[in-house]
Design a protein around this ligand. Structure first.
Ligand SMILES: Cc1cc2nc3c(=O)[nH]c(=O)nc-3n(C[C@H](O)[C@H](O)[C@H](O)COP(=O)(O)O)c2cc1C
Length: 439
């Protein structure tokens, strides 16, 4: 499928509701306070001002002791915990902002479709139509154990379940006709019961009678985001997602990924322009190119500690501590995040595990320089790939400070705006309408 170039660069920021950088020179007191939400409210204001499309809120619901057989490093480095539930944060963020969208990560392995449909529609109304859903299937040894599951279903079965889950949620969201609320003062009728319907869904994984006991979402169907990169994950995304987060690395892989997903979207009878791809980046922006490069080099120093932190993140199923750091990436097969493991294998190539893990970041292309240098590079990549935008990620919180947010929002983004790539005036409408608009 030939690429249709996107004219407007979409920007999102991926956050974890855990402590941002807490022991860095510019951390302030965030280590004590992140859980009250103020840091993220300030951040959302900055993103809103800078014309970001959305903030995407990661989630997971376990503490892992897979790496080295202990939770010591996991908790020491706050890799997955302590983490608060990101959903209650969303109304606070929305109250402080005007246009920014909020994408909630919710797992099809742990939620029930009814609860999720009701929660999201409630959030959609509370945020005035600014919520989205990052559909994840979850994986890893421990993910199911807090929910009464010894093992999660196999990888591809999890996607099968996710398909049915999304279908049920959509049925629930359309179980109310658009004109069901009549508010007829003469008869004292608030809702016309003939316009609210059971869904009577009976599938292999879910039985749901319906109807939804809440009003349907303001956006009709809030935008669906997806980050699964395995073959079945890509098909799922091409079928349902409005925005896909890709962990592709390098311009060629990014372009191939986009072309493939667009072609698959066409197979599902969709307009490929309705599916937008965001690539992960972690730019280093400083007053000079030299300083930014130095900061990046410092960050990616090949140390055992840095390698271990990265391997820890990959140890949701296989204990990566068992492999010698001086050897090559082992030949492992995982049923968890297949695409992330495969991307890492490709990235590692012939390097030792230490070198590969220490220098890896969730980034499509390395970016370091002044705002102008980084903006030039982002524009080049954006044009070569054909679209659609970037998802910023400050190293799992490791680089996330108010200073870093300002470097991006008040340094880098204005440069992108000067190039006409990022909007300066927000069109009216819901998150979904703004996301799809090229204006
Ligand atoms: C950028 C990115 C963000 C993700 N965020 C989450 C998340 O917040 N919670 C989660 O459980 N999984 C998350 N995942 C995992 C994927 O959504 C997906 O469930 C996983 O990669 C397994 O699918 P796959 O084998 O098709 O890649 C993320 C993956 C990527 C690449």
């Amino acid at each position: 499928m030939p690429s249709t170039p996107t004219t407007r660069m979409r920007l999102g920021w991926f956050i974890n509701f855990l402590t941002p950088a807490w022991n860095q020179p510019w951390s302030g007191t965030t280590g004590d306070e992140w859980m009250n939400g103020d840091f993220f409210v300030d951040m959302a204001r900055s993103l809103d001002r800078a014309g970001f499309d959305c903030m995407m809120l990661e989630d997971s619901t376990y503490i892992s002791d897979v790496y080295g057989g202990s939770a010591e490093a996991e908790l020491k480095f706050t890799v997955r915990a302590p983490k608060s539930d990101p959903l209650p944060l969303i109304p606070l963020l929305a109250a402080a902002t005007e246009h920014l969208g909020f994408v909630a990560t919710m797992s099809t392995s742990f939620y029930q479709p009814f609860l999720l449909a009701r929660l999201l529609t409630t959030l959609d109304h509370l945020t005035d139509g600014r919520v989205g859903w990052n559909v994840v299937v979850s994986g890893g040894k421990l993910a199911g154990r807090n929910f009464g599951m010894d093992e999660l279903p196999a990888h591809d079965t999890r996607y099968e379940i996710a398909e049915e889950f999304v279908e049920v949620v959509q049925k629930l969201w359309t179980s109310w006709d658009a004109d069901a609320v009549v508010m007829d003062r003469a008869t004292g009728t608030y809702v016309d019961s003939t316009k609210v319907h059971t869904i009577d869904h009976h599938g292999p994984h879910f039985d749901v009678r319906g109807p939804l006991n809440a009003l349907p979402p303001l956006q009709g169907r809030p935008p669906i985001f997806q980050a699964g990169g395995s073959s079945v994950g890509r098909s799922f995304a091409a079928k349902y997602a409005d925005t896909i987060v890709s962990s592709a690395k390098g311009v060629d892989e990014m372009r191939d990924y986009r072309d493939e997903v667009r072609a698959k979207a066409v197979e599902f009878g969709r307009n490929p322009d309705d599916v937008r791809i965001l690539y992960m980046i972690s730019p280093f922006v400083e007053a000079t190119d030299e300083l930014a490069r130095r900061r990046r080099e410092e960050r990616f120093q090949i140390t055992d500690e840095r390698a271990r932190r990265r391997l820890l993140m990959m140890s949701d199923e296989i204990d990566m501590a068992q492999f010698p750091l001086d050897e090559k990436f082992p030949d492992i097969v995982t049923d968890s995040s297949k695409s992330i493991t495969n991307a890492f294998r490709k990235w590692a190539g012939d390097r030792t595990l230490r070198e590969a893990a220490a220098s890896d970041e969730f980034e499509a292309v390395p970016l370091a320089g002044t705002p102008a240098t980084v903006a030039d590079e982002m524009q080049r990549v954006f044009e070569e790939v054909g679209g659609d935008g970037f998802l910023l990620f400050a190293g799992g919180g490791g680089m996330l400070t108010r200073r870093y947010i300002n470097q991006i929002c008040d340094g880098l983004v204005p440069e992108l705006q000067r190039r006409g790539l990022v909007r300066t005036v927000q069109p009216s409408g819901t998150f979904k309408q703004r996301l799809t608009s090229e204006a």
